[in-house]
Design a protein. Structure first.
Length: 283
């Protein structure tokens, strides 16, 4: 960050602070000095700073795609999201101040990190574990919702799936332009084709089952009864509730419980009501 006032020194325009002889600069290590492509002092903007201008510079970065024989990069697995509230920052800081986390931090600070890929990866993993441990102990995670995804029927093949997708996608267009006769006719054409194909696939599937039953009845009775039992089990399957009854009972019982933050107020109201009940209404 450089001041807007300028002077000419060594045939270069540099910027000095107001009423000062100190020149602001960008400090880089000697190793990467040759990688600095350009250095620029931006035009002074009064709304950005009262006495400084913005500095811009560009570094030349070298990146190599790792090959098959290179050491694989150790990446940390993505963790589930955390629920962040107004008090989460305080809880996170208190957890970092605990004895267990302080021992981890002290161990990390006392460790020697070398300029090697293995040492840097090890240090990065330790530092990540410190923050993740504090987050797991202090922050809440959203509950995973397990949904029982309904599988497609055996006769619902890829061609039928593609026809259904085309119909749904074109239905979105039809909902935007419901009075366009061309779009309307094409939508109902796709609907007829999908319905016709679905009936054909289902009829073909039933015919194949009948053919299998006819052939297996005499040739392989064991496979015949296995197929019969499989069809019966499919008809008897029922959808089960994803939430256990005990969980529902516990949830609704907690709804009627008084929270701790309202306990003092509730006690005060009860005392006031008792005083009103004991007071005489008439002199």
């Amino acid at each position: 960050m450089i001041d807007y006032r300028s002077t000419i020194i060594d045939v270069r325009q540099i910027y000095i602070s107001f009423h000062a002889s100190v020149v602001d600069y960008v400090a880089v290590s000697e190793e990467i000095l040759e990688n600095v492509l350009y250095f620029k002092v931006s035009r002074f903007i009064p709304t950005l700073s009262d006495c400084h201008s913005k500095l811009e510079w560009e570094l030349s970065a070298k990146y190599c795609v790792p090959g098959e024989n290179d050491i694989p990069i150790q990446l940390k697995n993505m963790t589930p999201n955390y629920i962040w509230t107004d008090c989460s920052a305080i809880k996170f800081q208190e957890t970092l101040s605990s004895d267990t986390l302080q021992n981890y931090i002290l161990e990390f600070n006392n460790s020697t990190i070398q300029f090697t890929q293995t040492s840097v990866d090890d240090a990065s993993s330790k530092l990540s574990n410190i923050f993740l441990s504090a987050a797991n102990l202090s922050l809440k995670r959203p509950l995973k919702k397990h949904t029982n995804k309904q599988k497609n029927k055996k006769w619902f093949d890829a061609s039928l799936q593609q026809a259904r997708t085309n119909l749904l996608n074109y239905g979105k267009i039809y909902s935007r332009f419901p009075y366009d006769p061309i779009i309307k006719n094409h939508f109902y054409k796709l609907n007829r084709e999908y319905s016709k194909l679905r009936k054909y696939k289902y009829k073909q599937y039933k015919q194949s089952l009948i053919s299998q039953l006819d052939s297996l009845h005499e040739e392989n009775p064991k496979l015949y009864w296995n197929l019969i039992n499989e069809l019966q089990e499919k008809n008897e399957t029922k959808k089960k509730c994803g939430v256990q009854p005990s969980t529902l009972i516990s949830h609704f019982q907690k709804l009627s419980q008084l929270k701790g933050e309202f306990q003092s107020r509730y006690t005060e109201l009860c005392e006031k009501l008792k005083q009103l009940e004991n007071s005489k209404c008439f002199n």
